[in-house]
Design a protein around this ligand. Sequence first.
Ligand code: FES
Length: 190
Amino acid sequence: MTPVPRLRAYAGPALLTYGFRPFFLFGAIYAGLTVLAWLPMFYGELEVASTFAPVDWHVHELLYGYLSAVVAGFLLTAIPNWTGRLPIQGTPLLVLVVVWVAGRIGVSLMETLRDFDYGVAAICGGMCSCATCHVYVGERWLDQLPPMQGDEKEILQELESYRPRGSRLSCQVPFEESLDGIQVAIAPEE
Ligand code: FES
């Protein structure tokens, strides 16, 4: 009987052999740093460049930074064990880690809207696949937004509520200080 392979032929860094390795490592380091940063932030001695108030930043980063890393590491390792599928390793795993790191540095418009309870469902969590973060951006802000990338336009064009001028997936719009005061309307649910 031929044994079922558990890993692909892979000769890269050991860190990228299993999903739990980078995500547990970086998640744990990040949790430590987040907690260390929290006290000086709480006492007003440290300011982090963020659109969130300090307490919101802290909650946000523990939930969407630390917890998401731990869950990702667990699922990327457990699912191949449960299903017999080969795990994600090497470059695809590195891309996921880079996306997670990018999420720690930048906050999207969707996250800002969601955290302030503006009624954005964002079911896919910002993976550009659900369109439940569809918004209409006010005319005068449109030119300040980064151009659409990847699947965003394709997904939007499939919606009945799509407007060629104004529609954006808010998870694909990084929220920067220059967008402070941006006017958006939440598109109707489909
Ligand atoms: S959150 Fe799913 S597409 Fe934006």
